[in-house]
Design a protein around this ligand. Structure first.
Ligand code: G6P
Ligand code: MG
Length: 211
């Protein structure tokens, strides 16, 4: 029986996936690497450092550690500037309603995100208090597609993977959930259709009553 809902953050709860993409695009352009929304699919859900390494791989480039650190800082600066005005209006369709209804029906709620900015963003959106556990990119050693982030989230709400549903918009996140033994819903990214049995355009399409 499903007792817990675990949400990815960027692209599921809030429209920040686009901001990540545009910030990486600035870095990729600077490095002379061709980077469109197609290449960006490879980065979704992946942590900051691994994302940069993927861009370098795409461009057949190698950089020393100092340069890598500089670029990671720069990307995060661009990203944080671009989300400075993020507020409740940036919450994706159906999110608040689902969180509210799930709470009223005693489901346990968690976030499983690779982002080190996850807590900051949830506070900005005034959503933090809905969640019984928030696992972000600073709390686990292995990030998506490894299942650690979701396994830790399930553990923190005292549930086993088969008692939880994971909501994900990224291929890496879908793989992480599947490897962890979770049932996973693909959200808002048609590229996921061939990876998941359950797909919804947004959380408004998800009906708790069907569980
Ligand atoms: C999420 C996003 C990725 C992002 C990663 C790291 O998983 O889907 O696009 O690169 O978090 O985010 P951060 O905020 O720590 O740079
Ligand atoms: Mg995501």
């Amino acid at each position: 029986m499903i007792k817990g809902l675990i949400f990815d953050l960027d692209g599921v709860i809030v429209s920040t996936e686009q901001h990540h993409y545009l910030a990486w695009k600035v870095i990729a352009d600077k490095l002379g690497v061709v980077f469109t929304s197609k290449e960006n699919e490879l980065l979704k859900g992946i942590n900051r450092r691994d994302s940069l390494l993927k861009i370098l791989e795409l461009g057949n480039l190698t950089l020393d550690e100092d340069k890598i650190s500089d670029l990671l800082l720069e990307k995060n600066k661009i990203y944080l500037n671009s989300i400075a005005f993020l507020d409740k209006g940036s919450i994706l369709l159906g999110v608040e309603n689902l969180l509210q209804t799930a709470k009223e029906n005693n489901f346990l709620l968690a976030i499983g995100s690779s982002s080190r900015n996850a807590k900051f963003i949830l506070d900005k959106l005034e959503l933090s208090s809905y969640f019984d556990a928030i696992v972000d990119g600073s709390m686990v050693k292995k990030l998506k597609p490894d299942p650690q982030v979701f396994l830790m989230a399930a553990k923190m709400i005292y549930l086993s993977p088969n008692q939880c549903i994971v909501f994900e918009d990224a291929i890496s996140g879908v793989k992480a959930a599947q490897r962890g033994g979770f049932r996973v819903y693909g959200v808002g990214n048609p590229n996921l259709n061939s990876y998941v049995d359950d797909y919804i355009e947004n959380l408004d399409e998800f009906d708790l009553k069907l569980l």
